[in-house]
Each structure stands twice: as structure tokens, then as C-alpha cells.
Design a protein around this ligand. Structure first.
Ligand code: A2P
Length: 267
């Protein structure tokens, strides 16, 4: 894909910064991830999202994307679905190394440590590409300074969609610095709902019928657990209802609480 850019540095397209794509990886027919260069001035908190996109005539076409890399990383990583007729993802999925993506410089979001009160266990519930902000959180040292243990759940329709999370988890175990930081305190639970696999079912069902407690060693509870949730609107509502039923209150940047939610962004 060729993106016409002005020649000044940093590169811009109609006033929006353009960043060079450094790698692209296609995980399934429906998902892919890519990394791009990170300007020194680009600051964010792990778990936040930014507006990214492509040139589109007069006006850049931008959508909200969680930053999947942790805030200490020199590259920015994103994990995206591919929608055949999606205005942005139908084009974004053709990205190649050397292309440029557009980005607005002010990331925001609620899936951040600042929005949670102190706790012992951090539980991250995700479905589909909702795992992206947690790819950032589980690689952030702050996560392991603030919590004794971390549980990441990832539920997808099909087995292949779990690969991104499994690969990330394996990468953390293999990395000398990350594995020392995590020190065996991170657990990944991957489940499918529409294809047979080792662990099956929605995590909301696991929470209700005791499978979550059996798999992690403790039922979800307000005393010790702090929760971040990222998925579809229906998924958020159902997980939120379970958190509230267990006595947790929703947090925000201005008023931290026991759980926080954010919609996984789609085209
Ligand atoms: P299911 O296959 O039972 O619908 P989607 O692509 O629709 O966002 O779904 C991604 C994953 O999230 C699927 O495994 C899906 O399960 C699951 N899911 C969808 N809605 C909910 C919900 N309300 N609560 C928990 N999990 C959900």
C-alpha cells in the first residue's frame, strides 16, 4: 500500500503523525497484529488506546485501537480484526513493512492501573481482540509491583483465535527480564465457545458455575480482586453485572474502583 506523505519530519498526513510499520503478523483469517515505530514524544499508560488509521481523501480515517505493547517498549503494537467490508480494517489488513499508519498523539482509556484501587489479585477478562490492552498490562512491571498474582482470561469462538494470547504468554516465559518480573505469578486461561478445545465456555459461565474458582484457586471477590474487562458490549454488561453482584464498584480515572471496563473497538 502506498501512502503519500509530506516530506517533513516527523512525517505527517494532513496534520496527523505518520509512523513507519516495522512488522506485520497474520494470526488467523480474521485477526492480525502489527508494530510501528514510536516517536520519542509519544507517551501512554499501559492499557490505553489511541486513534490510528490511514489517509482517506481529505480526512484521515481513524479508529480507536488499544495499544498492545507496554509503555516501556520502543515500538507500538496493535492487534486488529479484519472485516471484509470494514472501512478501515479492510484496508489496514493489507499493511506491509515500510508502509505508514496515522496516529493521533493523545492516548486515553480506563483500563489503567490509575483507575483501580489497591488489591491482591488482578483479573483481566477478555474476548476476541479485547485481549489487546491486556497484552500491554501483562508486560508492564507496575502490574507485578501492585498485584501478587494476575489472571488473564481470553475467550474466542475458535481455537486459532487464541494463538495471539498463547504466543504472548510463551514469549513472556521465555524472556529473561519479563519472566523474572512475572516470576510465575501470571496465569492465562484460554477458552473457546464454538470449536472444541481443552477449555470451553464463556468466562461468565465459568464464574457462575465454579470453574473460574477451580482453575484459579479462588472465587472472584471484592476483598482481594481487582478486575479489568474488555470485549463486546454484551460481554461487558454481563461481566459488569457479575462484578457488581460480588460487591465491586466501577472505577474511572477520576474515581478509582474495584473494576473497570472498556469496549473492544471494532470497525
Ligand atoms: P459465544 O460464541 O457463546 O457467543 P463475539 O465475536 O461475538 O464478540 O464473541 C467473542 C467471544 O466472546 C465468543 O467466544 C463469545 O461466545 C463470547 N461472548 C459473546 N458474548 C458474551 C457475553 N455476553 N459474555 C461472555 N462471553 C461472551
Amino acid at each position: 500500500m502506498n501512502v503519500e506523505l509530506n516530506v517533513e519530519t516527523p512525517k505527517t498526513y494532513r496534520g496527523v503523525d505518520a509512523l513507519r510499520v516495522l512488522s506485520v503478523r497474520h494470526w488467523t483469517d480474521y485477526t492480525f497484529s502489527f508494530t510501528c515505530e514510536r516517536p520519542a514524544s509519544f507517551r501512554f499508560r499501559s492499557g490505553e488506546f489511541a486513534m490510528i488509521g490511514l489517509p482517506n481523501g481529505d480526512k484521515p480515517l481513524l479508529r480507536a485501537y488499544s495499544i498492545a505493547s507496554p509503555n516501556w517498549h520502543e515500538e507500538l503494537e496493535f492487534y486488529s480484526i479484519k472485516v471484509a467490508d470494514g472501512p478501515l480494517t479492510s484496508r489496514l489488513q493489507n499493511l506491509a513493512v515500510g508502509d505508514h499508519i496515522l496516529i493521533r498523539p493523545k492516548p486515553v482509556g480506563t483500563l489503567v492501573h490509575d483507575a483501580l484501587i489497591a488489591g491482591k489479585r488482578l483479573v483481566l477478562f477478555s474476548t476476541g481482540t479485547g485481549i489487546a490492552p491486556f497484552a500491554s498490562i501483562i508486560r508492564d512491571p507496575e502490574t507485578y509491583e501492585k498485584f501478587e498474582t494476575v489472571v488473564l482470561t481470553h475467550t474466542c469462538r475458535e481455537v486459532a483465535e487464541l494463538d495471539y494470547g498463547k504466543h504472548l504468554f510463551a514469549e513472556i516465559q521465555q524472556d529473561e527480564l519479563l519472566s523474572e518480573m512475572v516470576d510465575g505469578r501470571l496465569q492465562l486461561i484460554s477458552t473457546t465457545t464454538r470449536e472444541n478445545s481443552e477449555h470451553m465456555g464463556r468466562m461468565t459461565d465459568w464464574l457462575r458455575d465454579g470453574r473460574f474458582e477451580a482453575a484459579t484457586g479462588a472465587a472472584l471477590g471484592a476483598a482481594d480482586d481487582r478486575v479489568m474487562i474488555c470485549g463486546s458490549m454484551a460481554m461487558l454488561q454481563d461481566h459488569k453485572a457479575i462484578c457488581e453482584a460480588r460487591g465491586m464498584d466501577e472505577g474511572s480515572n477520576s474515581a478509582p474502583g474495584a473494576f473497570v471496563i472498556e469496549k473492544a473497538f471494532v470497525d
